[in-house]
Write a protein that binds this ligand. Sequence first.
Ligand code: SF4
Length: 445
Amino acid sequence: MTAQPYAYRRQELVEPDWTRLPGWKAVTREQWESAQWQRVNCVKNVRQLRAVLGDLVDERFYTDLEDDQRRLATMSMLLPPQMINTMVPTGRFDTEAFYADPIRRYMLPVASDRHPVWPSHPYASRDSLHEHDMWVAEGLTHRYPTKVLAELLPTCPQYCGHCTRMDLVGNSTPAVDKLKLTLKPVDRYDAMIGYLKAQPGVRDVVVSGGDVANVPWRNLESFLMRLLDIGTIRDIRLATKALAGLPQHWLQPDVVEGLERVARTAARRGVNLAIHTHVNHVQSLTPLVAKAAQTALEVGVRDVRNQGVLLRGVNATSEDLLDLCFGLQGEAGILPYYFYMCDMIPNAEHWRVAVWQAQQLQHDIMGYLPGYATPRIVCDVPFVGKRWVHMVTEYDRERGISYWTKNYRTSIEGDDLDRRYAFHDPIDTLPEAGQRWWERELATV
Ligand code: SF4
């Protein structure tokens, strides 16, 4: 057969050797596999990063990182050792390799990563999807007719630089003062359950945050059992990047036993219980991640699916996407489900891709994976929701403005279903004429 644009070869998963990093030279396997050890040893600041990496990385990087933290970061730093260990997993660990690493690029952004002229799109905003505007109870977003998003808490075991919920999730940074939840968790959960009991048209609940791995298990189990008592709820999806970022959490005996109780109850009641995780690059897949996914399936969770984010410099090539999807599907027992285009949040332009690039990537990954495991690349259009990238109704390529329609109403709109909603490509990806147009537009504001 003649050469193909993508050549598949099975790659079995390997846990990178954490003792290659100076700060973890003496860390035992028992420590490494303990969720508590991972949480206690998370890296939250430059000093702690230095203690782990020592002089593998030179001063230039740390200064660049501090600069980003001071001026540009929308998320505070929080990295479990598991995640750091997937950066530069093989080969020489030095400053250049660290700068170039795909996991580093989105989990530990530095000032020189950001676009020097257009760090933010002029239409970028905090809460770009208007989830907060659609709250029907604190943390409960009712955007689609039959589905809701329940944000149980505003924290995660790891913070991603491109987090779309940067408005709410994580600690405040010098650039972003975060929105605060005001109700006590118990009152917030009561209000959510009360709303869902009164809305028989809602059948699907994404239980999220933040990350459900940060909800004490007893509280999460009680919330899930209350959801399962509502006969009209037929799908429950648990959102947790920790499955990949801190798989040790999902392997703790009390969590596994609790998950089994919830899965058994869901199966008895005919409810589809799934875990949705967030992996952006094949390097994140290690044997421990596969074990966590496999364990969830063994105790009765119906499916573990991946919702990655399409990010320039991280995974926005067909080869990176296919490597990741084959790793998920063939090695980790995780279904490649979606790739979202990165949302229009502040300081994210260097990560975002244009709609036409996403369409090209969708085209290029077709036909290699089983059809049911071929992910859809979607654009989450403000006020609309997820649209496959080929569903654009009109597209001004010069100015990078795409227009989208929808087929349902949300709680914050009137009757008009004919309206078109705009989404914007990163300005640096536009032809010269389009870039000049935006410059003139902004000069007149
Ligand atoms: S895990 Fe999800 S919610 Fe948490 S910081 Fe990352 S993208 Fe945001």
